[in-house]
Design a protein around this ligand. Structure first.
Ligand SMILES: [Zn+2]
Length: 340
């Protein structure tokens, strides 16, 4: 979410947990256990900033530098309100997030990029954009709102997933440049000017767009943080088996020690694949609408599902709490019908 005009004081001098080119993470919790930022966190989020600006068609502007305050849940509520998991304060160029919602950071970095590019718009498009680019895919069953019902809604009345899918539809139909023009043309949540801007910038009325919009046909989002085509490697003929104990010192591990992620981007051919593992993993389909079906699969620990998947890049994600040392665990992906 995007915060505005918070009257709160700047947090007291906070020790830096991580300091990079675009992002500085400060501990404002006074709770030592909240303060373990794992080794891969900063590089992964900084790479995300580069990917984000590349998607929007520009290099990060000179001086793009966001301060991330890791705060207590009470402080997060005071600054952001109780509903959102985190917020971006444009005036201070700062993000406030508590440990439990640290994975909201990419979403808030999208808001920071919007601010720096002059792309602040209505709540529907602000949250649609940030969710589309910065959050993990939300499966269609959670979609609730008709896009034309979202015009004029405030952030608190908005279904972020529905807004993200509609934003994905706009990118697929009109391209980045025209969606940027639309965002620039809309200022605030009033419905009538927003509808006029749709007609003016996209050459089509909002009613016509909403009538044409089929969530099922565009049922994917662009999770830039999780998907990295450049890093994707093809699934080897004999499959991919990974055995490791996740560690906060591991450069592939991102997040706070309480909830880390280890991600591998892998290219799969179309067909049936067998999964197995001693830990629960997730599989996200990467790629742009409308070619990709919605896939965000959870593969339960000690289950061995066979899944029919379309060809494409997938992000294979392990999550863990590293507060206690990990024993090595194994998980694997194999072709169910390997080529002869
Ligand atoms: Zn947001």
């Amino acid at each position: 979410m995007l915060a505005c005009c918070c009257a709160c004081a700047t947090p007291p001098e906070s020790p830096a947990l991580a300091e990079g080119r675009y992002i500085t993470i400060l501990d404002a919790t006074d709770q030592a256990e909240a303060a373990r930022v794992c080794a891969g966190t900063l590089p992964r989020h900084e790479r995300f900033v580069d990917k984000l600006f590349a998607f929007l068609g520009e290099a990060p502007p000179e001086g793009f530098a966001v301060t991330v305050y890791l705060v207590t849940p009470g402080e997060k509520d005071a600054r952001c309100g109780a509903t959102p998991s985190a917020c971006y304060d444009a005036e201070r160029d700062a993000i406030y997030v508590d440990a439990e919602h640290f994975d909201a950071l990419p979403h808030e970095l999208v808001h920071a990029a919007q601010q720096h590019l002059g792309l602040q718009s209505s709540a529907m498009l602000n949250e649609g954009l940030a969710t589309y680019l910065g959050s993990a895919p939300i499966p269609p069953p959670e979609l609730e709102q008709d896009p034309c019902d979202m015009f004029g809604r405030s952030r608190d009345e908005l279904d972020y997933g529905s807004a993200a899918y509609f934003t994905g539809f706009l990118f697929a139909e009109f391209g980045v440049e025209r969606v940027r023009a639309l965002l620039t043309a809309i200022d605030g949540d009033a419905a009538a000017p927003a509808r006029a801007a749709f007609l003016e910038q996209l050459g089509e009325s909002a009613e016509s767009l909403c009538a044409r919009y089929e969530p099922g046909a565009y049922a994917c989002v662009e999770p830039l943080f999780y998907c990295d085509d450049a890093e994707a490697t093809p699934l080897p003929d004999d499959g991919l088996t990974v055995t490791r104990a996740l560690s906060c010192e591991d450069a592939d591990v991102s997040g706070l020690a309480q909830a880390v992620q280890w991600t591998r981007a892998v290219t799969l051919n179309a067909g049936a694949h067998e999964f197995s593992g001693e830990r629960t993993t997730r599989l996200l389909a990467c790629g742009q609408c409308p070619d990709r079906p919605p896939v965000q699969l959870e593969i339960a620990a000690d289950s061995e599902p066979t899944l029919e998947l379309p060809a494409g890049v997938y992000a294979w994600i392990w999550t863990a709490a590293l507060e206690t040392p990990q024993d090595p665990t194994t998980a694997s992906i194999q072709r169910a019908d390997p080529a002869p």
